[in-house]
Design a protein around this ligand. Structure first.
Ligand code: ATP
Ligand code: MG
Length: 285
């Protein structure tokens, strides 16, 4: 039987999350000691452990059928692969930063400046769009030290909290784009592998939907059911169960993680009490 080969990062910021995603999809790996590759025991998939830079090329060539990596690497490598699904972890910004004591008049600052980066293609495209004429200096890593040692005037790099910039006397002045982990696929998957991918995607979506939602239980006077139902629409409608106390009910529903505090405030004003919110493990709509 055919196996779908998935490439994930061998070690780095994406590795743990990628393995966790497979695990949450119910996929058990024979071993995850990250040799070159390993097979799943209960799903037709084989995992290849690679450097993230190499994943787009391997997926384009079909050495791997699919891969998990940051969008930033996919954009930079410009390989012919398809983006299949955003995975929602490893979110970061790709930003321009300059020495912290310099004034920043806007993007024009970068005209005739030298900018060090590991993402020359993304930056070149952006500067072209904005009509900025800068010199781009490609370097492999530790980009943030480039201005300090006189290699460049500014940098373009991944920023999450900005503390690395600060330590190097730099400040973030412009966010060029935002990136998050994605699943990419070879454009010519055979039918069997296409079907395995569909199955995997179904599970990935269920895991994501679950993580974005919470299960909510509360007690309320029976008279408040219509109001509570409109605050908590649930998947179809909330579940309403009688309580042993006369005139009271228990209401169960699902609420979106990012609406959750707002919803709780509204529920309290219509008389809800004893509100419990619990995580959902998997959710299929
Ligand atoms: P490799 O050895 O595999 O080439 P790497 O050093 O290129 O690893 P990492 O630093 O592990 O890569 O980052 C992998 C990806 O994680 C990045 O391409 C980016 O998408 C994302 N990422 C990087 N830094 C951050 C951060 N500070 N916060 C969130 N996500 C990040
Ligand atoms: Mg890399």
């Amino acid at each position: 039987m055919s196996k779908l080969k998935i490439a994930i990062q061998k070690s780095g910021r994406l590795s743990e999350k990628s393995l966790e995603l497979l695990k949450n999809c119910g996929i058990k790996l024979s071993n995850d000691d990250r040799k070159l590759k390993t097979e799943a025991q209960n799903f037709p998939i084989e995992v290849l452990f690679l450097r993230d830079d190499d994943i787009p090329q391997y997926v384009e060539q079909g050495v791997a059928d699919i891969g998990i990596l940051g969008e930033n690497e996919v954009w930079e490598k410009e390989k012919n692969v398809q983006m299949v699904e955003k995975l929602g972890f490893a979110s970061c910004k790709l930003s321009l930063a300059i020495p912290k004591d310099e004034d920043y008049p806007g993007l024009l600052y970068f005209n005739n400046k030298k900018v060090a980066t590991s993402y020359p293609k993304i930056l070149k495209k952006y500067f072209n769009e904005k009509n900025i004429k800068a010199e781009i200096e490609e370097i492999g890593g530790s980009v943030e030290i480039a201005p300090g040692i006189g290699l460049a005037n500014a940098i373009f790099d991944i920023v999450s909290t900005g503390s690395t910039l600060l330590m190097n006397g730099l400040k973030e002045v412009h966010v060029v784009t935002k990136s998050t982990a994605v699943l990419i696929a070879n454009k010519n998957l055979n039918q069997e592998n296409g079907q395995i991918l569909e199955k995997l995607l179904f599970r990935i979506k269920a895991v994501r939907t679950a993580s974005e939602n919470k299960y909510i239980l509360l007690n309320a006077p029976a008279g408040a059911i219509p109001q509570i139902s409109s605050i908590l629409p649930g998947m179809k409608a909330p579940t309403v169960l009688p309580l042993a106390a006369e005139g009271w009910v228990s209401i169960h529903s699902v609420v979106k993680e990012d609406e959750f505090w707002e919803v709780i405030d509204q529920l309290k004003t219509v008389g809800a009490q004893g509100i419990l919110v619990v995580p959902i493990e998997k959710m299929v709509l």
